[in-house]
Design a protein around this ligand. Structure first.
Ligand code: ARG
Length: 466
């Protein structure tokens, strides 16, 4: 079999790499998904080389036509990727040069080191925009489910023990807040992705008079004010993967948020809670137990956070011992990055779809929320309003709870005499605190789960997400 030798070996080497070496070092099996961005980068590089006189107009045009033809073939699945040519960059350049002699000039003042940095930045810019769209859609699904069930109350939990009543919408909006911070983190990272490294060469720029500003502007590497954004240190530019780490860190935190949401949903679908029912289409059965309906999507959303966290750790570990500047180790960044991007985007999407196919069991929620113990703190607040120090009120209500337990009665069924046997400060109106409706009307601090405040927050999110 005739071996194809990558251009990077011509001249210096007598032959191409052995099959085992090619197999071990290739990245085209996974980095070919960068092909669009690689071609866009090459088109702009060719324009710049034309501008500074390295390419003639005819050569530039031939290169553009050649790259466009290759793009069409890739699109149609007709392009033959060759692992012997290592990566996406060499595959495209080799094929272009085979078709268009001027292709041999395209790599002028460019190294795969700044090229791959460029491609990943271009790819990640698009990915962040797509991911943000999906996160916003998940926020909408959460607001939708909360809004549709805006009068449903559930117990809020600490330590997974019933604590105080909250609107279900309040609970769901907590995740909307988390996702909003995730969006902010991705956007913040975007500003550090959106910087053009092309022109950094292998690591020391070039002696040729490249027009980096021209390239940056054409590729959209500009800030909000339209100012071109260029990397300012060629060595940093080819070895920097901070922006990949940042994306994967934001992705890991997003995955953790999704995992927590998934855990709540899993609990809520259990017979013990029964707060929600996920539609059959978004659940799975058991191969053995005929009665089972399992929340596998939520479980996988929870489980997949493991690999996303792992990707972040793998990247940090990959980078920590690297000497300046580019080292081939950096090729290992891509699968981690792609996996994080694919995993979080797919998870966000399916969780949104699942929420849109989830029903709230208002009766079970109401039964759980009507537990009068949830309002024990309100009873202490009642005593505070009678000018008792809170610590004393806490102690007294504790004694009331103990009495209720001893007599086997729910808190709100104790008589006034029984309350007064614990403390004389209790008046006739004391049992009124157990009215859930008035209790919820009182919780109207900003951010509290009160009736008006939750309605306000739902309206704010609806508006913001519209
Ligand atoms: N496939 C390589 C990577 O992903 C491209 C850069 C290779 N550069 C080099 N000098 N070997 O990192």
């Amino acid at each position: 079999m005739k071996k194809i030798s990558p251009v990077s070996r011509s001249g210096r080497f007598a032959h191409g790499p052995g099959a085992d070496v090619a197999q071990f070092t290739q990245s085209v099996s996974f980095d070919r998904r960068l092909w669009r961005h690689d071609i866009v980068g090459s088109l702009v590089h060719a324009d710049m080389l034309r501008k500074i006189g390295v390419l003639s107009r005819a050569e530039r045009n031939a290169i553009v036509r050649g790259l466009e033809a290759i793009a069409r073939e890739i699109e149609q699945g007709k392009f033959r990727w060759k692992p012997e040519l290592e990566d996406v960059h060499m595959n495209l350049e080799a094929e272009l040069t085979r078709r268009v002699p001027a292709g041999a000039k395209l790599h002028t003042a460019r190294s795969r080191n700044d090229q791959v940095a460029l491609d990943v930045r271009l790819w990640l810019r698009d990915e962040i925009v797509l991911l943000l769209g999906e996160i916003i859609d998940l926020q909408r699904a959460l607001v939708g489910l909360g809004g549709k069930n805006s009068d449903v109350l559930i117990p809020g939990y600490t330590h997974l023990q019933r604590a105080q009543p909250v609107y279900l919408a309040h609970h769901l909006l907590a995740y909307v807040e988390m996702l909003e911070r995730d969006c902010e983190r991705f956007w913040d990272g975007y500003s550090r992705v959106n910087i053009c490294p092309l022109g950094s060469g292998a690591m020391a720029g070039s002696t040729l008079p490249l027009d980096r500003v021209f390239v940056a502007k054409l590729l959209g590497f500009v800030d909000a004010g339209g100012r071109p954004q260029l990397t300012q240190n060629s060595m940093d530019a080819v070895s920097d993967r901070d922006f990949v780490v940042e994306f994967c860190a934001a992705g890991a935190l997003l995955a953790v948020h999704l995992s927590r949401l998934a855990e709540d949903l899993i609990l809520w679908t259990s017979a013990e809670f029964n707060f929600i029912t996920i539609a059959d289409a978004y659940t799975t059965g058991s191969s053995l137990m005929p009665q089972k309906k399992n929340p596998d999507i939520a479980e996988l959303a929870r489980g997949k956070s493991g690999r996303v966290i792992g990707n972040l750790v793998a990247l940090l570990t990959l980078l920590k011992g690297l000497p300046m500047t580019y080292n081939r180790d950096l090729q290992e960044d891509k699968e981690r990055l792609f996996d994080t991007a694919d995993t979080v985007r797919a998870t966000v999407r399916i969780v949104a779809a699942m929420l849109r196919n989830t029903r709230v069991n208002a009766r079970a929620c109401a039964a759980a929320a009507s537990d009068p113990a949830l309002l024990a703190t309100d009873l202490a607040d009642y005593l505070v309003k009678k000018e008792m120090p809170f610590r004393q009120a806490h102690h007294i209500v504790g004694a009331v709870v103990a009495l209720a337990e001893k007599t086997g009665k729910p808190l709100n069924r104790l008589t006034l005499a029984e309350l007064q046997s614990v403390n004389k400060a209790f008046g006739r109106d004391a049992l009124g605190v157990f009215n859930l409706k008035t209790a919820m009307a009182k919780r109207n601090l900003t951010g509290a789960p009160g009736t008006k405040e939750v309605a306000k927050q739902l309206a704010r999110w609806r508006e913001q997400l519209s």
